[in-house]
Ligand binder design. Sequence first.
Ligand code: PLP
Length: 434
Amino acid sequence: VTARERYTSANPTSSRLHVEATSHLPGGNTRSVLHASPFPLYMTSGAGNTLLDADGHRYLDLVGDMTAGLFGHSQPKIQETLVKTISSVGLNLGATTSAESQFAAVIKERVKSIEQLRFCNSGTEANLYALSIAKIHTGRRKVLVFKGAYHGGVLGFATGVAVNNVDRDEWVIGKYNDVASLRELVRQYKGELAAVLVEGMMGAGGCIPGSAEFLHAIQEECRSNSLLFILDEVMTFRLAPSGLQSTILHPTTNQALSPDLTTLGKNIAGGIGIGAFGGRADLMAVYDPRTSSVPHSGTFNNNSLAMACGLVALPSIYTPAACLELNALGDELRAKLNEIGAGTRMKVTGVGAVSTVHFMPDPAAKIRSVEDLEAQKGGIEESLRELFYFFAIEKGYWVARRGMTSLILGTTRDEVDGFLGIVRAFVEEYRDSL
Ligand code: PLP
């Protein structure tokens, strides 16, 4: 009996719910990333860092909603804020409130390159607005992104083409962590490029950290060619108290990255839907209604729940100390996973508490771009990844189908050790295939 067969027979309710869902939703699904074959697990509730599925199994949640679930499912201060806000403020006042400027001040205090910012509802929107600023500001249309990047549902470049995007001709797609090709593309498309949009760690692409050399080269190329440097910190903000940008130091001057615009989302409002974009005040003035006719609107941009939770999440829960502690635990987890995987095809990449498990034919191969992963691809890697997924689920650990994990605040060293134990068991059981 295979792991896949055991999964199917252990989860009859999820299987049935999936069949029902396919008559309403294409593929039974409304978030493609959660699709899984033969069917995804249907979760019914979460508490802290655990999840309960429709067949009554409980899991340690290591997915953490792909980093957005940083605060867990029932963080007491977030719960209290939600209840208090509904009863004493209301849901959405359709009017300006002081909460939004207070929340903006909280973010500015953390991310030094942000002079002014605005809120929206998702990371995708934040990137679309940042791109819009770049195009308006420069009068140019093209944007340099990198193969494997994910900047939102309509801004995904996994296959090296802009899938799902109406402006297909407007993207120039480079190779991540490759300084020479970056400089060449900027030279080639000079005069057409409005911006470079990049993640400091390629997240959905496989948790591939960007090198300081590469990210600072982007900043330099942008400055010397009058392009905007847009850093997508939707996923990576949580990796350091002032965002990943504060830790990417120039190899010689030691200066932190200072993007023209930064985009945020996922975890800045305690787990409530949110997006934000901000940076240089002269650029953000594109959306100043006193002086500009370009609108930035959105019914829920300043919704009471997100604004109120934003005021609590960073100042009172994800404090710099809590952030450093969680990411140190994540670094330790990844180091131990790589120790367990030493001499096998298993290799784990990432930064702090956000990681991806890869299966590589050549475990010594470096992972610096998705091209490096593709060069390694073959059927066996995909089936090992699936095996790992089913194995972890069977043992009560919820990991993403694509191998990604992100630790939830409050996850203990004992819980991490429990996961290490099952990974050790996995490696022992499948050593011959690994
Ligand atoms: N940018 C990055 C780096 C992301 O990882 C994501 C989501 O996974 C997004 C943007 C899109 O954010 P949202 O899903 O809130 O639209």
